[in-house]
Design a protein around this ligand. Sequence first.
Ligand code: TNX
Length: 521
Amino acid sequence: MNLLRITIVAGILLTAFALSSCAPQEPTDLTEAAIIPLPASMTATGGTFVLSESTEIFLASEDQDLQKVGAYLQDLLAPATGFELPVQKETGNSGIILELDDQLAAEAYSLKIEDDQILIRGGSAAGVFYGAQTLRQLMPDAIESASVQPGPWTVATGSISDQPAYEYRGAMLDVSRHFFGVEDVKRYIDFLAAYKMNYFHLHLTDDQGWRIEIKSWPRLTEHGGSTEVGGGKGGFFTQDQYQDIVQYAADRFITVVPEIDMPGHTNAALASYPSLNCDGKERDLYTGIEVGFSTLCVDKEITYQFVDDVMRELAAITPGPYIHVGGDESHSTEKEDYLTFINRAKEIVESHSKTMVGWDETAQADLAVGSVVQLWANPDFATLAIDKGARLIMSPADRAYMDMQYDSTSRIGLHWAAYIEVPDGYKWDPAEVIEGIEKQHIIGIEAPLWTETVENMNDIEYLVFPRLPGYAEIAWTAREKRTWDEYKYRLADHASRMEAMDIGYYKEPVVPWPADSAFAE
Ligand code: TNX
């Protein structure tokens, strides 16, 4: 061979190598993508869309909320791709097009992916946002990375149409037992958003700490927020910080449900204002984990002045429809007093134009038709609630409590309700928990994270992942489409996605994780 021929052969080989390394590494069969929650229907057309530096995002309407989705998608895709992806306020015929479609239900979306175009249509901007979350999971796992990755950024072509089974898809964070700051809370909200959850319940007060500034009762946070379980320094949100959280959630189509737990679980308030105690004596701050020992003084008028002030200030900074008044485990409140209190609390919440939510014990009070009761422990209270015309959020503690240990060796967590391995957390349905309670009585499900044993973000990630995606799927995907035996492979496929998100998840033994998933505990 002469030199020229060697050069040509080498050139051809190099070109072939370069082409093959650019070729899509992800499957081009869209129906093989591991999407959680599982969409209602998916069809593949076998081609590939490649996101590139020159891809643009087009907004096919002037809707304000659609602009939010455009900005969100731009921010979401930028860190890993390094692409700017300009958002154009006009429609286009290539790139990513976001469109509203009034033929679709509000939260429904459709996704049509062709070689040169991705069209996301939603019944509302929220629907488009959910379509964007599905698109995110159709992209290579590296899209979750915080630093620029090589790509290629391929998406299998085909179409998806999808909509949620339940209107309330939530998770809770207890910031009272241990305090978590704004940045941690935002990361938690991002977890919810990634799985199409739309309610974030923030448990703001309990015996161990009062975490929301109330301007007319400043000692609640100054004193009542100054510690936490174990005696750490505690903390609280100013009203500005709370509003920042609410806005961050709203930008992800998530509604914040704030909870002020009453009349029990109130030691932090009773320690801050002696007048709230029947004996007028200030209580000590509490840093243990017992429950059921505290109560507001139901006979004193100042108690209702207090509740009214708190609810007025909270309602003013809470755009969502709900305020949660707790009402659980009031073991130190006489039954009659409890009913008197909840009935008045309900009136106060309504006077500030909000709908009351309460834990299942509140079903014993005079509920208004359309109020909301959150089942956690007692099925009889859930039945009572629907008899009174209320609707239910299902959070059965032995299935949905993310603070429960996986098994007896879990490094943190409680186990009073159950050990909840990942399959136990997944294999249930809200409409099958209680005899006689059906889908029409239920607005959705919520997975709470109580934080008696949870001290930092690592602890949160360990208990929340990988259970949270399963709760999201229970709330979103139709009952008949869900089986653990199929879900477990999709969940396993999310290992490298969670790793790219830097989530320290629990490596549940019965999930068929890929051999190289190294990140888990
Ligand atoms: C019960 S659930 C509680 C909480 C605890 C939780 C711990 C509920 C309404 N009350 O106060 O933090 O158990 O799992």
